[in-house]
Design a protein around this ligand. Structure first.
Ligand SMILES: Cc1ncc(COP(=O)(O)O)c(C=O)c1O
Length: 397
């Protein structure tokens, strides 16, 4: 039998909660109908989709009809970037619009934005400070007459920095009072859902992306919250499901799993306890790792997700540490190579002013619901020896 993996990579994906699996099982077996069919099998599935939609909506403080299921946060992010813009381009041909995204967004935002920059769209990348956080005042200065979209992630996936979403929402709400063309405010809340308040009215959000597999739900399912009245052109055209905003046969097992994962998050008392446990483990991890010489925590120590600890270990390659930890069945992630496997330094660390040499020494530890103190102890026991060995071997001093 394979050895137990000590999983400290919950920002990459989370294990499926057994309660989620139980909820999904009927829809992977007997209840296989198409939620658009009018017979009993179809209607049973439709009821399940409706229930999940109501759960997601109530978690976000939204209306049920404002929640659209997608294949994950990448699709939701693409919808947020292209949907309103394409609708406005169709309505006002020839107008040049501006969109603003932060420079530390996930590629699911950055890549669509870069595609638009090749067209007649003004794309602005909002910088961050060395703490990995955007400045609301800087955003305010960049907003112009032709701005139609601001997209700022809630919690960064690499360094866990929490962005001032409520302040940005309030700023945009204020500006919108006197504008002829509304600025839409989108947040990618993929890493945030379990940890911070995601009430869309309180935050002043028009669009919000989320994903099942980051909250102990299944992969390949997510949702976009789209405020009623938002101008929107679909990206996927087809069978008119979900009011035509996102066509395609409903992924019922996935949607049911996402609904269950969010139902679990709705138990605020239990989640507050869980998050305290995660934060305590994270603080223990930080305290122990800081004992290693020449180590620096990336991002603000306080304004960070309770599950994230990201560091730079000077004089080592993050990938080498990762592989040596993997040999000991400890799963972590590096921030230095992007997901395509290229050796480009992390765009997030670069945006924070970290040099490429230093960025290559970064490692991310991300905790979750199922971690224990023994997991962190195993890591902090194994790591100093690995770092010492690699530093001895390394030409980088
Ligand atoms: C902040 C953020 N946005 C978007 C995504 C993409 O999510 P998905 O895997 O559901 O497409 C991820 C996943 O890595 C993420 O961390």
């Amino acid at each position: 039998m394979s050895k137990k993996i000590i999983y400290l990579d919950n920002a990459a994906t989370t294990p499926l909660d057994p309660k989620v699996l139980t909820a999904m099982m009927p829809y992977l077996q007997g209840e296989f109908g198409n939620a658009s069919s009018l017979h009993t099998l179809g209607l049973n599935n439709r009821v399940a989709v409706d229930r999940a939609q109501a759960t997601v909506a109530s978690f976000l403080g939204a209306q049920k009809s404002e929640v659209y299921f997608t294949s994950g946060a990448t699709e939701s992010d693409n919808m947020a970037i292209f949907g309103p813009l394409r609708a406005l381009q169709a309505k006002f041909p020839g107008r040049r619009w501006q969109i603003i995204v932060s420079s530390i967004e996930h590629d699911a935002i950055l890549e669509p934005a870069k595609q638009l920059a090749k067209e007649d769209v003004e794309v602005v990348f909002l910088p961050v400070g060395s703490d990995g956080i955007v400045k609301v005042e800087e955003l305010k200065k960049l907003i112009k007459e032709n701005t139609i979209l601001v997209s700022i992630m809630y919690i960064n996936n690499e360094i866990g920095a929490i962005q001032p979403i409520q302040e940005i929402g309030a700023l945009i709400k204020e500006l919108n009072k006197t504008r002829s063309q509304k600025i839409y405010f989108h947040t990618d809340a993929t890493q945030a859902l379990a940890y911070v308040d995601c009430n869309v009215d309180k935050l002043g959000i028009d669009m919000l992306s989320l994903s099942g597999h980051k909250i102990y739900g299944p992969k390949g399912v997510g949702a976009l919250y789209l405020r009623k009245g938002t101008q929107f052109q679909p990206l996927i055209w087809g069978g008119h499901q979900q009011s035509g905003v996102r066509s395609g046969t409903y992924n019922v097992p996935g949607i049911v799993g996402l609904g269950k994962a969010i139902e679990i998050l709705k138990d605020s008392k239990k989640i507050a306890q869980e998050n305290k446990k995660i934060k305590d483990l994270r603080d223990y991890l930080i305290k122990e790792i800081k004992k290693i010489p020449k180590v620096k925590l990336n991002g603000d120590a306080k304004k960070r997700s309770p599950n994230n600890a990201s560091f730079i270990f000077e004089g080592v390659e993050g990938e080498s540490v990762l592989l040596m930890l993997s040999d000991k069945n400890i799963a972590v992630s590096t921030g230095s190579a992007c997901s395509s496997g290229s050796l480009e330094p992390s765009h997030v660390l670069s945006a924070m002013g970290v040099s490429p040499e230093k960025a290559h020494g970064s490692l991310r530890f991300s905790l979750g619901r199922f971690n224990t103190k023994a997991d962190v102890t195993a890591l902090v026991k194994a790591l100093p020896t690995i770092i010492k060995r690699l530093r001895k071997m390394s030409p980088i001093k």
